[in-house]
Design a protein around this ligand. Structure first.
Ligand code: FES
Length: 224
């Protein structure tokens, strides 16, 4: 059986191979933090093409609209390693890596503060464990908690893809790619394989193929 993989096509969709489970998930506020709820059921196939231009009428799948609208999907993101791009923010009981690639999913917020505040005050109460949750739930993989022995703390995630909806902001959000699925650029070069990453599906990110939260500014909605 083919291994899971996402292939970016030049000015076209993401081609997903290897029977990767596909779901829709909804960002739901719970107090000052957030949870992902199940959305509508999506068809499961061995191979599928996910829209990258934001113009499909059959989202999340490509319907060929990218050709009609002349989508330009040039990849602009750095292929440098996360550890080389990320800044290490030190706290008393836990440290935090942060590469600033924000998909605006807001899972860095917890009841007692955001991941940066929790890290900086990680010697108080349950702030250390809350900082770890806040970092580990970041869909973009921007945030990674690092223990005082230098070990990165990552949740165990099976290869799977979530199409994100964000009704609180009245927008449709990016594509959450979990479980170390290789992403191959249009030029054949593979991006660093990561456990968590968010891909753009509104077509307007300035850091393609990754989500940079532009969908919030442009009020991208996949169901018109
Ligand atoms: S990428 Fe094909 S319709 Fe959007």
């Amino acid at each position: 059986m083919q291994k899971p993989e996402i292939k970016i096509t030049q000015d076209g969709p993401y081609i997903v191979t290897g029977n990767v489970p596909l779901s829709e998930k909804i960002i739901v506020p719970q107090g000052r933090k957030y949870e992902l709820f199940e959305g509508r059921e999506l068809p499961q196939t061995e191979t599928y093409a996910l829209c990258r231009c934001g113009k499909s009428k059959n989202t999340p799948f490509c319907d060929g609209s990218h050709e009609k609208v002349g989508f330009v999907g040039t990849e602009t993101a750095s292929k440098a390693k996360y550890e080389d791009r990320a800044e290490l923010i030190g706290g008393p009981e836990i440290d935090l890596l942060d590469d600033n690639r924000c998909a605006f999913a807001r899972f860095c917020h917890r009841d007692n503060g955001n991941v940066w505040e929790l890290t900086q005050k990680s010697d108080w109460g349950d702030n250390r464990s809350e900082a770890i949750i806040a970092a580990s739930e970041c869909l973009a993989g921007r945030l990674v908690a690092v223990d005082k022995d230098g070990n990165e703390i990552e949740p165990e995630l099976q290869p799977s893809i979530d199409i994100i909806q964000d009704p609180e902001k009245r927008v449709s959000a990016g594509i959450f790619v979990k479980g170390n699925i290789p992403i191959v650029g249009a030029n054949g070069e593979t991006y660093e394989v990561r456990n968590r990453v968010a891909l753009c599906r509104c077509g307007n990110s300035e850091n393609k193929p990754f989500c940079d939260a532009t969908h919030v500014l442009t009020k991208f909605l996949d169901k018109k």
